[in-house]
Design a protein around this ligand. Structure first.
Ligand SMILES: Nc1ncnc2c1ncn2[C@@H]1O[C@H](COP(=O)(O)OP(=O)(O)OP(=O)(O)O)[C@@H](O)[C@H]1O
Ligand SMILES: [Mg+2]
Length: 432
């Protein structure tokens, strides 16, 4: 400021001195002309610089303007510095803002920011998908006009957001369960967080089904067993009759035992680490064991063929592999009527994968059941399966063991003709 003032005084002094010299030498007319001319020089200079500045502002190029000399140099230099630092600050604020947006977009949860009137200020892409919103279209719309579920409208009107709200059958195809909660922030604004809890809900439903199924499966033999016990206790039975009752009680106890054993097997499979691909299990030895068990179970009622086309070793857990194979063989025996044929084979397919297959000439399975066979407790014909002592856990165990060995369980069946169950192991699990 001081330098600007002194510069101004200096200029006035120069103009006055020159004007006085002109007045003294050439008269008043020339003095006035000279003074006007001298004063016009800085004015024109200033005008030119202002015009340049205006153009630079219009084209957003103030920082790159070439600097004039003198007073304007200082003014424009300071202005350039100011513009540069403001732009820098704006850039860093924008970057910060972009980082926040990126972080909110990366969140697996839906996020919506609502203003004082519950209008959408911002939402991420997940929230758009959950509620079928389009931020560009729906910005500043009231949230209760967009999410029309009565439970949600009630929740938002109550203004008590301490507990979350569960909305089911939401999202595309109405297949999602969403947990919503509003959190106040800033000046009466709210953050609406939306969590996808579909899988948790499914697991919860599965757990409930599982407990219900286990209880049901246990209750039936216990009830039957208690009935027999009561009969034996209260009636004076002959020895032969009593032995018959004891046999029946034994078979019910046996059913409970195999149910508990199957449940334990499943629990162990879930808890244990994956079987290493280092231990080789000789397939021919496995086949010999399977043959012995099969013949004992069938008691000569079926004809068998056991074939090992490509002798090899399977890399995995011997106990698990034997359990999966014998489950498939025992199913074939149990569901194939007497004098039926059962073929068990091992071969390597053209891609080098190992295939264990069990083909029977039994009743076959209708296609609508096939995809559900590996569900726990799923049985095609409950009463028939119960007669054979089945708990409906066998194929669930087979599927589990298969996936632990990266193998596939393939089921092919034609009702009335028979079924083929194939376990296909990847070539990394085969050693020749
Ligand atoms: N080879 C087969 N032929 C016809 N139906 C079969 C065959 N294997 C399985 N099934 C059907 O699939 C259902 C499920 O089989 P799974 O082995 O899981 O249970 P289960 O044999 O009833 O009981 P578990 O094996 O636990 O003793 C059976 O109840 C039966 O209806
Ligand atoms: Mg079975």
């Amino acid at each position: 400021m001081i330098s600007a003032l002194s510069r101004f005084i200096f200029l006035i002094c120069v103009v006055l001195i020159i004007s006085f010299i002109t007045l003294y030498n050439w008269g008043a007319q020339w003095a006035i002309l000279t003074t006007v001319a001298l004063i016009s020089i800085p004015l024109v200079y200033s005008y030119i610089n202002l015009a340049r500045l205006q153009k630079a502002i219009q084209t957003d190029s103030v920082e790159s303007m070439s600097l004039p000399s003198g007073f304007w140099e200082e003014v424009l230099f300071r202005l350039q510095r100011l513009v540069k630092s403001l732009k820098q600050r704006m850039l860093s604020i924008e970057q910060q803002h972009d980082h926040f947006i990126e972080a909110f977009q990366a969140s697996p949860n839906g996020i919506l920011m609502l203003d004082q009137n519950d209008q959408i200020e911002w939402c991420n892409a997940i929230a758009e998908r959950f509620f079928g919103l389009n931020f560009k279209r729906d910005a500043l719309q009231r949230i209760n006009f967009l999410i029309r579920r009565p439970e949600f409208i009630q929740y938002i009107n109550k203004r008590n957001f301490e507990e979350p709200l569960l909305l089911e059958r939401m999202g595309p195809n109405s297949s999602l369960s969403l947990l919503l909660q509003l959190f106040p922030f800033g000046n009466q604004r709210h953050l609406l967080l939306v969590q996808n809890v579909t899988d948790l809900q499914k697991i919860d439903a599965m757990r409930r089904d599982f407990v219900a199924n286990v209880s049901h499966e246990m209750r039936t033999p216990i009830t039957v067993l208690m009935g027999f016990l009561e009969t034996v206790q209260t009636l004076d039975l002959e020895k032969g009759q009593r032995d018959q009752y004891f046999d029946m009680m034994m078979s019910q106890a046996q059913r409970m035992k195999s149910l508990v054993e199957d449940l334990l097997t499943l629990a162990n499979l879930e808890a244990n680490s994956l079987p290493a691909a280092t231990n080789g299990v000789n397939v021919e030895t496995l086949m010999a064991l399977l043959r012995n068990d099969a013949e004992a179970l069938s008691k000569g009622k079926h004809s068998f063929s056991f074939k090992v086309e490509d002798p090899s070793s399977l890399l995995g857990d011997e106990r698990e592999i034997l359990s999966a194979f014998s489950n498939l063989v025992s199913n074939a025996i149990r569901y194939t009527p007497d004098s039926g044929a059962i073929d068990v084979s091992w071969k390597l397919n053209t891609e080098g994968q190992g295939e264990f297959s069990v083909t029977d000439s039994g009743p076959g399975i209708a296609s609508e059941h096939i995809s559900r066979l590996t569900e726990r407790f799923y049985r095609v014909d409950r009463s028939r399966s119960r007669d054979t002592g089945g708990t409906g856990l066998g194929l669930a165990i087979v599927k589990h063991i298969a996936s632990r060995h990266q193998a596939q369980l393939i089921i092919e069946s034609t009702p009335g003709k028979g079924s083929t169950f194939i376990l296909r192991f990847p070539k990394e699990r085969i050693a020749l």
